[in-house]
Design a protein around this ligand. Structure first.
Ligand code: PEP
Ligand code: MN
Length: 264
């Protein structure tokens, strides 16, 4: 989120295009300390406006335990980013919350490490975890990360938790976000998270991976079409709060409870 005007404008566009949830970054983990760091609490207030204007549930990243109370107040879903997937004290804290947690896979995390991270949240008492494959570190420079769709299929078999894919960070390239989004659904992902910007030349962050609202709309149309032959249920937008729609994910643990990682 760069400003209220920009956030609300794009939020309305993605709602019209068929988005179910709005993700906006307020506390941004950036590789360089000199890059745009997000608007912090001001960003959360902007997200609140966008939430009211569109009726969309919202998700935002919590970067630090010290920001948790503030983020909690404003969001329907708490995001844990790739860099914090093994921040165990943060995982335990969001595990004490009564809001769903979107847990992104660590950039170099094995599937077991990712599921153990989920387990930290579940075992602390919060059953509402959504896993997000966002690409792992590969060796090829043609994509930003290596979108591990095999892991999505594996995790669908190992865990009852919903899994979504972030093809924006996974590829870093807007022109291949659409095919990777289609592939994600085909391999069993239950959703995708896609970065959208209507004026990429003005974007303060990750401009190369943002698709336009028009491209986003086309992706939604294609995924809806694809869901039919794949026999995938394309759910309608959650009405009130995301909390309610995520409640169905209330079965407790899980894959790892009776197993231990080979290396702890
Ligand atoms: C993001 O979702 O904007 C983000 C920073 O993601 P990740 O933690 O996957 O890099
Ligand atoms: Mn980003």
């Amino acid at each position: 989120m760069e400003s209220e005007e920009q956030t609300v404008r794009i939020a309305k566009a993605i709602k019209d295009a068929g988005a179910h949830i709005l993700r906006g970054g307020a506390y941004k983990p950036r590789s360089s300390p000199y890059s745009f760091q997000g608007l912090g609490r001001k960003g959360l207030q902007i997200l609140e406006v966008a939430r009211q204007e569109t009726g969309l549930p919202v998700v935002s990243e919590v970067l630090d335990v010290r920001d948790l109370d503030a983020v909690y107040q404003y969001v329907d879903i708490l995001q844990i980013g790739t860099r914090n997937m093994q921040n165990f004290s943060l995982l335990k804290e969001v595990g004490r919350m009564d809001k769903p947690v979107l847990l992104k896979r660590g950039v170099a995390a094995t599937i077991d490490e990712w599921l153990f991270a989920a387990e930290y949240i579940l075992s602390a008492g919060n059953p509402q975890v959504i896993l997000c494959e966002r690409g792992i570190r590969g060796f090829d420079q043609h994509t930003r990360y290596l979108t591990d769709l095999g892991a999505v299929a594996v995790v669908r078999g190992l865990s009852h938790l919903p899994v979504i894919v972030d093809p924006s960070h996974g590829t870093g390239r807007r022109e291949i976000v659409a095919p990777l989004a289609r592939a994600s659904i085909a391999v069993g992902a239950q959703g995708v998270m896609i970065e959208v910007h209507d004026r990429p030349h003005e974007a303060l962050c990750d401009a190369q991976q943002a698709v336009s609202p028009k491209e986003f709309k086309q992706i939604v149309t294609d995924l809806k079409k694809l869901s039919q032959p794949l026999n995938v249920k394309f759910s309608s937008a959650p009405k009130s709060s995301a909390k309610k729609s995520m409640r169905s994910v209330s079965r407790t643990v899980s894959y790892a409870k009776n197993s231990h990682p080979a290396w702890t």
